[in-house]
Design a protein around this ligand. Structure first.
Ligand code: TXA
Ligand code: MG
Length: 354
């Protein structure tokens, strides 16, 4: 299959041709990758089970991992869910359009292919102008996971999407780099107490200000090491995710001990003939004296900027051919919770505590 790549510049009027093509592809059961404010999505008509099945094939995604349904506005949600609890109404009013996904009870029109057999559905109204224009033009809700091959870092640029998806999707809309850079916050609104299933740009503190106490799912920070997972582990447990190709280790804790610890690990890997990438803050890289490619996450003092550059940094590890990847950790506070969650998964649970 030939992938049509459209670079979108200017305003919505300039995108008309590309949007019309993409909308036609969606309505006829095809796949369109498009930018959102979080990461690029791989979209199909959410109400067409056959189109949704193509997403799983294109990504190599396990069948038991459900998809998020993207809508053109909150007014589309009652057509997809059985009931909207008041707390969900408050969250939508406060954070939509934006990087927040709500899990609600599904109506039968939402195919089980989308929800991986669950009786709930995840919905989100993105704020990116290209995503909004596409959703409006297509006129159908769009199921879209991140537009990467399963297990790989999520795409925050159209080039990342093309690396993983060229030849597997009909259309890629290039809207430039994504702003937030990490996937949306996912909150389960189906029980009496809100549960944070995946941290993102909207922090637990943001949620609590609007909606009261939030329970953080224990899976958010506990990642089991690939080696520790026995054959009985549930196939849905995605312990390795966001992974660069090289073996990655995360260094958390005492920042003063970090440059020396990174150097020791880098020298050891270099002795084994491996190309090393050191993904760290500017502060750490300024003090680092070891071998390897330094890849900056920006300043430690600017967590949103770190979030926004993280996946690009992981992609760059592959571009330099790193066989060994050393990652600087962040404190899991505020937006740091989302960054720490992605870093621990990228490292497949290999964490060194300093
Ligand atoms: O920012 C984002 O959310 C991006 C952009 C494209 O919108 N999408 C994204 O999709 O990250 P994906 O498929 O990579 O992640 C969807 C997450 C998974 O963790 C999945 O398990 C969870 O949402 N999810 C989806 N439906 C669910 C449901 N019914 N119950 C619980 N979790 C659900
Ligand atoms: Mg994903």
């Amino acid at each position: 299959m030939l992938t049509r790549l459209y670079r979108l510049q200017g305003t919505e009027q300039d995108w008309a041709g590309a949007l019309a093509d993409a909308a036609r592809v969606l309505r006829s059961g095809g796949l369109v990758a498009f930018p959102t404010e979080t990461v690029y999505g791989l979209g199909a008509n959410a109400l067409d089970p056959q189109a949704v099945r193509r997403i799983f094939t294109a990504k190599g995604r396990p069948q038991d991992n459900p998809l998020i349904v993207h809508v053109a506005g909150a007014e589309q949600v009652p057509g997809l869910v059985r009931h909207i609890p008041p707390v969900a109404e408050r969250l939508m009013a406060a954070f939509w359009p934006g990087p927040l996904t709500l899990v609600l009870p599904r109506l039968a029109v939402v195919p089980l292919e989308v929800t991986a057999g669950l009786e709930t559905v995840a919905v989100r109204f993105p704020s990116h102008p290209v995503a909004q224009a596409l959703l409006r033009t297509a006129g159908v809700p769009v199921a879209a996971p991140s537009a990467n091959r399963s297990g790989r870092p999520s795409p925050t640029r159209a080039e990342h999407v093309m690396e993983d998806m060229e030849g597997r999707v009909e259309v890629v809309l290039d809207g430039g780099p994504c702003g937030v850079g990490l996937e949306s916050t996912v909150v389960d609104c189906t029980s009496s107490r809100l549960r944070l299933l995946r941290p993102g740009g909207v922090t637990p503190q943001d949620l609590e200000r609007v909606a009261g106490p939030v329970e953080v799912d224990p899976g958010v920070l506990k990642v089991r090491r690939a080696e520790d997972l026995g054959p009985v582990a549930s196939p849905g447990m995605k312990y390795r995710h966001y992974a660069p190709r090289g073996e990655a280790t995360l260094f958390e804790g005492d920042k003063a001990a970090l440059p020396a610890a990174l150097r020791e690990a880098a020298e050891e890997a270099a002795k084994r003939g491996l190309t090393v990438a050191v993904v760290a803050s500017d502060e750490t890289l300024a003090a680092y004296r070891g071998p390897g490619y330094p890849i900056s996450l920006g300043s430690r003092r600017d967590l949103p900027a770190m979030a926004s550059s993280l996946f690009d940094a992981l992609h760059r590890c592959d571009q330099v051919g790193a066989g060994r990847v050393l990652l600087e950790g962040v404190e899991p506070e505020g937006v740091g919770l989302a960054i720490a969650n992605r870093l621990r998964r990228a490292a497949g649970g290999r964490v060194v505590r300093l």
